[in-house]
Write a protein that binds this ligand. Structure first.
Ligand code: 5AD
Ligand code: SF4
Length: 469
């Protein structure tokens, strides 16, 4: 696996200096707005983009009108997100006309697709620069070129991906942080664009991960979420004999760290060793995101998921055997090519058998270049939507019942801040990851751990009061 060398990074640091010189001319502090679509990996990439921007003298804003640089970090998993980006970028043409010095950039998974980079170059001439996922660490050089050249700068390299440890990260302050432990995916599920835009699986060295977490703990972070498209494949590509369970075990020893979460797990790679390790590591939270995608074995095979419904249900049984209170969440795709009513009923069967705490469901979206994109599909859109609505209905009922069962129970919450909907309330998460809102109280602040008793339940959230016992 190609690791970006210190030499290459030093080159980027000197570009960063030059950008600073250009962008901060006359003592001005330029402002940047970074807009992120998609998954937590993308959020984590945006934290690095902000880290590089800060290094280049930029400050940050949430207002487009105030920004000297607007950068979209995009997602390619479904068409809807792509359309939204194109719409938003298209709408910026007026702002660019009003302020010709405004820099507009697009990066991330959507740009790693050749046809998309081409579309931008041809049809969105007001865009100043475009880069894919594999050239993230070259952002200073790309920005320097965008500031010094007239035409659109395009930096989209086709490769298996790199690992770069030296990019500065700028995180939001708070008690929680995301830590990427691996990048890319080797699974090639037939509907999914990720392996094409994020490259092959590559794991960070365990020492780098441990050092990063220890540093975070020093700054007050007590909860981390380990990220990877398939964390269960961690270590397979490393020379040392280490797997994800070993890494979890080591992270669990870090003093001062209180909570560990991780995502995403592929059912085919979830070992009994990992289940046993989760069960004995006190800091690993009782929460597991385990996408099953479809209930029908016929569809699972066409998706190239490499497990059957029976194997999935058996895995869930083994997880619950060791961790009876674990909160389970999943991803489901409705309307994969030629998914019939009978196939779909198998998905409902799994929903009812497992009773997930919550479900992320998506209508299948055709992705150019994936095997499923050329599969025959005789199912109408209206049938897919009908199935989708039915899935929501079944799951809402289950989520509601699971939340109702929390009534009167007391949970330890990590306080995350003020509630988004009520300034008199604070919000926090239970060990299982459920959101609980509770009234503000003197002396309780973000980052604290408090015990809260649930006094009211909703389908999506819980209300509680501080427990004094
Ligand atoms: N269409 C719809 N949903 C998709 N996902 C991945 N690819 C597609 C697609 N082409 C979903 C899967 C995955 C989640 C992150 O996105 O459920 O687990
Ligand atoms: Fe996509 Fe499958 Fe890889 Fe997940 S495991 S990122 S769904 S190819």
């Amino acid at each position: 696996m190609k690791t970006v060398t210190s030499e290459e990074m030093n080159q980027q640091f000197s570009y960063a200096e030059q950008v600073k010189h250009l962008a901060c001319a006359g003592g001005k502090t330029p402002k940047a707005l970074v807009i992120t679509y998609g998954c937590q990996q993308n959020e984590n990439d945006s934290e690095r983009i902000r880290g590089m921007l800060a290094q280049m003298g930029y400050d940050f804003t949430e207002e487009k009108e105030e920004a000297d640089l607007i950068l979209y970090n995009t997602c390619a998993v479904r068409e809807g997100a792509e359309q939204r980006v194109l719409g938003n970028v298209g709408a910026l043409v007026h702002e660019k006309r009003r302020r010709p010095n405004l820099l507009i950039g697009i990066c991330g998974c959507m740009m790693q697709q050749e046809h998309m980079a081409k579309t931008i170059k041809q049809k969105y001439r007001h865009v100043s620069f475009v880069f894919g996922t594999h050239t993230l660490h070259k952002f200073p050089q790309i920005l320097w070129r965008a500031l010094s050249e007239e035409q659109t700068v395009i930096s989209v390299e086709q490769s298996d991906g790199v690992i770069c440890e030296e990019v500065p990260v700028r995180r939001e302050e708070g008690p929680k942080a995301w830590v990427s432990i691996m990048y890319g995916c080797n699974n090639f599920c037939t509907y999914c664009i990720v392996p094409y835009v994020r490259g092959r699986e590559r794991s960070r060295q365990p020492e780098k991960v441990l050092v990063e977490i220890r540093e975070l703990v020093k700054t007050g972070v007590t909860e981390i979420t380990l990220l990877g498209q398939n964390v269960n494949a961690y270590g397979k590509d490393l020379p040392e004999d280490i797997d994800f369970a070993d890494l979890l075990y080591q992270i669990n020893q870090i003093e001062g760290l209180k909570r560990i979460r991780f995502m995403t797990s592929h059912p085919k790679d979830m070992s009994q060793k990992l289940i046993d390790t989760m069960a004995v590591c006190d800091k690993v939270m009782p929460q597991l995101h385990l996408p099953f995608q479809a209930g029908s074995d016929r569809i699972l095979e066409k998706m190239n998921r490499r497990y059957t419904q029976e194997q999935y249900l058996d895995l869930v049984r083994r997880v619950r055997e060791k961790m009876p209170d674990i909160a389970l969440t999943t991803d489901i795709i409705v309307g994969f090519p030629n998914e019939t009513k009978e196939d779909f009923e198998e998905t409902i069967k799994v929903l009812k058998a497992v009773r997930f705490d919550s479900v992320f469901s998506f209508i299948y979206s055709k992705r150019q270049g994936t095997p499923a994109a050329v599969m025959e599909d005789a199912i109408s859109d209206s049938e897919k939507h009908e199935n989708f609505d039915r899935l929501l209905e079944v799951q809402n009922q289950i989520s509601r019942e699971i939340n109702d069962a929390c009534f009167g129970k007391t949970f330890e919450l990590l306080v995350e801040g003020e509630s988004k909907t009520d300034e008199n309330m604070l919000t926090g998460r239970t060990p299982g990851g459920k959101i609980v809102n509770f009234p503000k109280e003197e002396g309780i602040k973000t980052g604290d751990y408090v015990n809260v008793t649930v006094t009211k339940t909703n389908t999506w959230s819980l209300l509680g009061e501080i427990c004094r016992d």
